[in-house]
Design a protein around this ligand. Structure first.
Ligand code: DMJ
Length: 390
């Protein structure tokens, strides 16, 4: 994993330094429009991974770029969600891991720019202008761009040192609704999350939804006592299904979405769903399930993914997504996504590390795998007492 990270980083540095992502086939940088005028997404997303892996020369290069070249006064329409999870999350986590004031100063500056003055009908649209601070489009979604809502309920509860009872109640109520409405069992015995379109079930599960194995796993222990084992079993079943979506492909990598209808069981039936863009969610669930159960199968499954990534996604100058997981004559998409460095490689590294590296008792990972510390209530109490004394 360390070698994979170094390879991905070195090539980004060589061909795409300062741009948002590396295009590994054409050996140039990609900017895109997701982050408005912001640049260096791969650098910000990599800071904590480099630090945790002990790649200190590379970490220092990244830090120097933040110091000298990260321009927060940029123009353009940015996705609030993406800037938040990658830039705010990346800088915050770098600050908490290293204690470097530079990261704190940058993240405070960025955070202030992201905070809107007002919001339409009390809702939070997906796009915001970093120039004016106004919402750009009044598009609200709990699907793509807004899908981390459930994950953040349980994570807010854990991050508050289990004091945020509202987040807890909302999460377990939502999980009951998910179980009642979305969780299904296929004829072949695979548990999956269907999609819900105005009351009609679409028997399709997206790769993105495979994070839910890990989410349900980390929340299992704080559920009602009679539900705890059930939640852990559900988490394991969903993770198993997501693994099946990998094993049933020729490349042993999973498609963007897989179906459970017309005879399909965890396979993509549409050409447009067959791609894999280096996403982390399945490996993320392996990592959580390994930490929670220590069942060796999760490491075996993680290793299968490493081999498949090496075989099908590694190209001469980085790692690339592929257009069809069902053929070993692969066609590459020419994109090394920043979340590959931030999430996929970090979760793989943690899967094969001891549990005391970023222990789950002390750290919560945001949806881009940036670790944030659990705020201990006794620390807050001590701070309050000190303030009073002063
Ligand atoms: C990442 O940016 C984050 O994990 C986000 O929550 C969902 N999409 C990608 C990875 O697939």
């Amino acid at each position: 994993m360390l070698q994979m990270m170094k390879f991905a980083w070195d090539n980004y540095k060589r061909y795409a330094w300062g741009k948002n992502e590396l295009r590994p086939l054409t050996r140039n940088g990609h900017i895109g429009n997701m982050f408005g005028g912001l640049r260096g997404a791969s650098i910000i997303d990599s800071l904590d991974t480099l630090y945790v892996m002990g790649l200190m020369d590379e970490y220092n290069e990244a830090k120097e770029w933040v110091q000298t070249s990260l321009d927060l006064n940029s123009n353009g329409e940015a996705s609030l969600f993406e800037v938040n999870i990658r830039y705010v999350g990346g800088l915050l986590s770098a600050y908490y891991l290293t204690g470097e004031e530079l990261f704190k100063n940058k993240v405070v500056e960025l955070g202030e720019k992201l905070l809107p003055i007002e919001k339409p009908h009390g809702l939070y649209p997906n796009f915001l202008s970093p120039v004016s601070g106004n919402w750009v489009q009044h598009h609200v979604s709990i699907g793509g761009l807004g899908d981390s809502f459930y994950e953040y309920l349980i994570k807010s509860y854990l991050m508050s040192d289990k004091t945020d009872e509202d987040a807890k109640t909302t999460y377990y109520n939502a999980l009951e609704a998910i179980e009642a409405n979305l969780v299904q069992k296929s004829p072949g015995g695979l548990t999956y999350m269907a999609e819900w379109r105005g009351g009609i079930l679409d028997h399709k599960m997206g790769h993105l939804a495979c994070f839910s194995g890990g989410m349900i796993g980390i929340g299992a222990d704080d559920g009602a006592p009679e539900k705890r084992q059930h939640y852990l079993d559900l988490a394991a079943e969903i993770t198993h299904t997501c693994h099946e979506s990998y094993t049933r492909s020729a490349t042993k990598l999973g498609p963007e979405a897989f179906r459970f209808d017309s005879g399909a069981e965890a396979t993509a039936t549409r050409l447009s769903d067959r791609y894999y863009i280096l996403r982390p969610e399945v490996i993320e669930s392996y990592m959580y399930m390994w930490r929670l159960t220590h069942d060796p199968k999760y490491r075996e499954w993680g290793w299968e993914a490493v081999e498949a990534l090496e075989q099908h996604c590694r190209v001469d100058s980085g790692f690339s997504g592929i257009r069809d997981v069902y053929t070993t004559t692969v066609s590459h998409d020419n994109m090394q996504q920043s979340f590959f460095l931030s999430e996929t490689l970090k979760y793989l590294y943690l899967l094969f590390s001891d549990d005391d590296l970023l222990p789950l008792e002390d750290w919560v990972f945001n949806t881009e795998a940036h670790p944030l510390p659990i705020i201990r209530t006794n620390c807050l109490q001590n701070e309050a007492t000190q303030d009073k004394t002063l």
